[in-house]
Write a protein that binds this ligand. Structure first.
Ligand code: ASP
Ligand code: MG
Length: 470
């Protein structure tokens, strides 16, 4: 059995964290037989290496020299401290210090070039921002070797092949699968634990790209797909996906099983669970994806499985996005006129704004939709321009926005075909005198979204959360 495990920045954030991570790796290996590790850059708060790398490069672009030098100093401090804490001077300490040192020197040279040229291309940004992963995996692999377990650091530029859309590259599955298999299988066959960089990848001609911020989760899924592993585990600092944001709801708890669709709804509506692209490679290959807590490894976490035809359990989670505006286009002349909706959303698209929720009553006298607060004015300007004529003819009476609203979304595939859930949700709010401004439910029946006043967000979430039965 083969398991891919992804460790985030905190799990490799210090010598102590890496020691604990090594324990988790070895325990899993004892149980599963073969383990493939994907790791992020060191990222213990407040020093997140990827952020630091980017900040230094950005300031060099702005013509400023001291920040990237300070970043280089911090990078040395953080990495050297971890190396000194983990690796013995008789062993690989010097070698790994030198390897990490080379990356940091290269970073300084690149920032110097950015400063001199006054140019920072997306391509350069990818080379720069991926160095954190290249350093961390070398340390972790050396530590595993030191404690007697063969391990090898692998740069994912050798595995994951992408297009050249720098900073958010799209993998090319066939090439990626072939390269990953060719490079990783022999290691596994020899009993070597591959420690792979998250986040980075390369074009067909070998130029470094990245999969987007937070992309290490996605890397793990891609490696899992290429090797057709039995499970992919994403280690994080909570017991899996929670029924609600624990900052809003004290009684929030971890959800044992979620379907892909439920997770997509949750992620779309604000729950920061996984990098959004992570699920697809797993779903398409029937690979369970598990979210586990490094601080509580005995906890099973949340396992994300393919959609079942009738998910049971009713409401599973409730989540919220705030700081939104509800834009309404209304007018008596809209009734039965084809094309109003198309033109409305055409105008929104022209303003390059994406819409989070749409609702239209069957009277067709108004359409409303939610956008981020700060984009509402832009959207309204675009709509006014589009409907100039209709406004003059008074077919459209008003285009306006209600600001500072939230979308509260109730998720659960078991709501499909289960009557009464919507009723219970509305009653839960009605009893507390919480006003619902608009409602939307997709025909997938996997979620219901309510728009409420921003001030009512926490209360709404918490009262709906009471409907979740253990
Ligand atoms: N280190 C990268 C980032 O901070 C990727 C990751 O951690 O997932 O965005
Ligand atoms: Mg992450």
């Amino acid at each position: 059995m083969t398991l891919v495990m992804k460790f985030g920045g905190t799990s490799v954030g210090s010598a102590q964290a890496m020691r604990e991570t090594a324990d988790l790796i070895l325990n899993a290996r004892a149980e599963w037989g073969q383990v493939v590790v994907v790791a992020s850059a060191m990222g213990s708060k407040p020093v997140k290496v990827t952020d630091l790398l980017l900040r230094g490069a950005q300031s060099a672009l702005e013509g400023e020299e001291t920040t990237y030098q300070e970043v280089a100093r911090l990078l040395r401090q953080v990495h050297y401290e971890a190396i000194d804490g983990l690796l013995s001077p008789e062993g690989e300490r010097q070698k790994i210090l030198a390897e990490n040192g080379k990356f940091i020197e290269r970073y300084e040279a690149l920032c110097q070039a950015v400063l001199a040229l006054g140019e920072l291309t997306p391509r350069a940004l990818d080379t720069i921002s991926g160095m954190g992963e290249q350093m961390s995996v070398r340390i972790l692999a050396a530590y595993l070797r030191q404690i007697g377990h063969p391990a090898e650091a692998v740069d994912a530029t050798e595995l994951i092949v992408t297009d050249d859309n720098f900073q958010s590259a799209t993998p090319l599955p066939k090439l990626t699968n072939a390269k990953t298999q060719a490079r990783i299988r022999p290691l596994l066959d020899q009993g070597i634990i591959p420690i792979i960089t998250g986040f980075i990848s390369a074009t067909q001609s070998g130029i470094t790209t990245t999969l987007g911020r937070g992309g290490s989760d996605f890397s793990a899924a891609l490696v899992g797909q290429a090797l057709q592993v039995d499970e992919v585990w994403i280690w994080t600092d909570v017991d899996g996906v929670m029924t609600a944001d624990p900052r809003l709801v004290q009684s929030a708890r971890s959800i044992p099983t979620l379907s892909y669709r439920e997770v997509s709804e949750l992620a779309f509506f604000g729950a920061k669970v996984l990098h959004p692209k992570t699920m697809r490679p797993c779903v398409e290959n029937n690979i369970p994806l598990r979210i586990k807590n490094t601080f509580n490894p005995a906890h099973a976490g949340t396992v994300i499985v393919p959609d079942t035809p009738n998910g049971n359990g009713g409401v599973k989670a409730v989540t919220a996005i705030d700081k939104l505006s509800l834009v309404t286009v209304e007018g008596k002349g809209m009734l039965g006129v084809p094309g109003i909706a198309a033109r409305t959303f055409g105008a929104v698209a022209k303003a390059q704004v994406s819409v989070l929720l749409i609702s239209q009553a069957s009277s067709e006298q108004s359409i409303c939709f939610a956008t981020p607060d700060e984009l509402a004015d832009k959207v309204i300007r675009s709509l006014n321009a589009e409907f100039d004529e209709e406004i003059h003819r008074q077919d459209i009476d008003r285009i306006w926005a209600q600001h500072s609203v939230s979308i509260v979304t109730v998720v659960g595939a078991g709501m499909r075909g289960t009557p009464g859930i919507a009723g219970r949700v509305f009653t839960a709010l009605g009893q507390q005198n919480l006003n619902i401004i608009a409602i939307a439910q997709g025909s997938s029946e996997c979620s219901i979204s309510l728009v409420v006043d921003g001030q009512d967000t926490a209360q709404s979430v918490s009262h709906i959360h009471d409907l979740i039965v253990a």
